[in-house]
Design a protein around this ligand. Sequence first.
Ligand code: NI
Length: 169
Amino acid sequence: MIYPIVKFGNPVLDKPAEKVTVFDEALQKLIEDMFESMYAARGVGLAAPQIGISRRIAVVDVTFKEDPNAKLVLINPEIIHKEGRHSQSEGCLSIPDFRENVSRAQVVTVRAQDVTGKLFEKTGDDLLARAFQHETDHLNGKLYISHISALKRDLIKRKIRKLVKAGEW
Ligand code: NI
């Protein structure tokens, strides 16, 4: 099932999501649906709050279907190590048609649970490190625009307000 993507302005994106404690078939189905929804929206990462579900689940595939082994499920993820700094253009399915340069750690290790509840650690660099940080932020109620200058952020918010008024958001 493809869920519609929740956009900036919806309060579900601003609150910390709830920890996952039950690893059952319903969770597996939700994760399949999240991948399906992410691919349909042409994204490389999706957090559950972005489909209106305030739970600590994210899916990532920075290869966008190229490499089946690149599909990652992050449940209750925590960033346990960060290294370096890297600035690159970043966007978000919940803030469509906007992009800004965001400075993030270049190498990141995440500790998370998989779909069965098993703990694992994974280290990624560049785009994968960026995805780990971006998606973990979502689960903490944070969007990438919180990492850019107030000036740029206000400009984006003003443009979005106009789109909302025009019924285009
Ligand atoms: Ni996002």
